[in-house]
Design a protein. Sequence first.
Length: 366
Amino acid sequence: MVIQNLTLQGFRNYESFDCAFDSGVNLIVGQNAQGKTNLLEAICYLSRGAAFRTRKEAELIRFGAEFAELSARVDSYGREQTLRAVLFASRRPRQLYLSGVKKSTREDLDGVLHTVLFCPEDLMVLKKGAAERRKLLDDALCQLRPKYAKALEEYKRLLAQKSAALRDRIERPGMLELIPDYNERMAQTGAIIVTTRAKYLRQLAERAAAHHAAFSGGSETLTLQYQTVSTVTDPTAPVKAVYEQLKEHQQSHSRAELESMQCLSGPHKDDFEAALNELPMKAFASQGQTRTAAISLKLAERDLFEADTGELPVLLLDDVLSELDPGRQDFVLNRIRSGQVFITCCEQDKVTDIGKTIRIEQGRLL
Ligand code: ATP
Ligand code: MG
């Protein structure tokens, strides 16, 4: 996938902007608060129909402007298409167009321009709690595997119902009769979730380790280890076997669930552990190492999307160069040779020998 050009009017701090891009690396350079991240946000908006820094569309419209208009010409699955979005200050909803045809929902734009974004908040994936890591797996898998998305949605609904039954068991004891049925369906959908996550993580780990090794000059080995319900001996085993083991765990925890009035059994607590040279990253990784691994994960996610769909997503890297030593900076700037990449940075002296440098000052292209 390649974004040929981007045109903006009244978006964030851009009054008007028009720029053609390189099909390889595009380095967006400028001082703080000039509009570098805003450019990535515009690309993301056209890709997903939603902004990544805000839920409030009005914030995307330039102060004092009536509307914001974004449009891009992209090469996608062998076709040239135009994506366009118009947001209004005084009325809703925003309008989306694909090659001139008006679309009613953002799902209609799905898959036209696929992007993988790294922003500084993504470092939390490796530092914070399990929920962030589960989200990373779920977001990728929901896009790639419709069956997984369906199973996950059903599992979440069952979990909410079972949790409510356990929580209110004193006021409404009749609800407890539904628990065997919830358990049965949670084991069925749970087994799909566990086996799909395990297989995806195994592939992700392999690709991320290769990127991380190249990135760190061969000095660091990244490993990712899936952690799920304790009775599951092999999460990549056939769904039926995992289902049996999930049932077993439910049975052994049924008393504890009643006592704690909480749902304790199932893959909603899944996690994966990331380690560098066998040391858990959460406790021991340095800033640069954390950043290196987080970017390697994004590169791996991009590879797997390509393996599945045949198209390499556009990579958007916001503020990745800080905290990296010259060798690792060189990796980002010059050695991600596949597909189209956008990199924002503040330093004027950074150069890439395989693409284009775009200088931004106060929402204008220099
Ligand atoms: P840094 O290097 O610090 O990350 P940046 O170049 O990425 O900076 P952006 O986040 O792209 O900076 O741009 C921020 C600027 O855009 C801010 O100064 C902000 O006030 C301005 N801005 C954001 N939204 C709007 C808007 N709706 N109208 C006008 N200006 C806006
Ligand atoms: Mg920024």
